[in-house]
Write a protein of this length. Structure first.
Length: 86
């Protein structure tokens, strides 16, 4: 039976998103609620995308645990090489 996933379980907390966004802006900048929510959704979708790819690799290798190396491999495989440090 598939359980319904609550929105708050799917997304990173908006407070965390706000903190990350504020680091990139001037001190007096304001961020609209809908902007925070849009970034929250995108970040969460990105994490799911990378995790799904890493999970496929782990399952194919008959393992149960996704490691940091699996996540980095998934990022490279999906074209995010420039975000993977050598």
């Amino acid at each position: 039976k598939m359980e319904e996933v609550r929105e708050q379980d799917r997304y990173l907390p908006v407070a965390n998103i706000n903190r990350i966004m504020k680091r990139s802006l001037p001190p007096n900048a304001k961020i609209a609620k809908d902007a925070k929510e849009a970034v929250q959704e995108c970040v969460s979708e990105f994490i799911s995308f990378i995790t799904s790819e890493a999970s496929d690799k782990v399952l194919a290798e008959k393992r149960k645990t996704i490691t940091g190396d699996d996540v980095l491999w998934a990022m490279s495989t999906l074209g995010f090489d420039k975000y993977v440090e050598p």
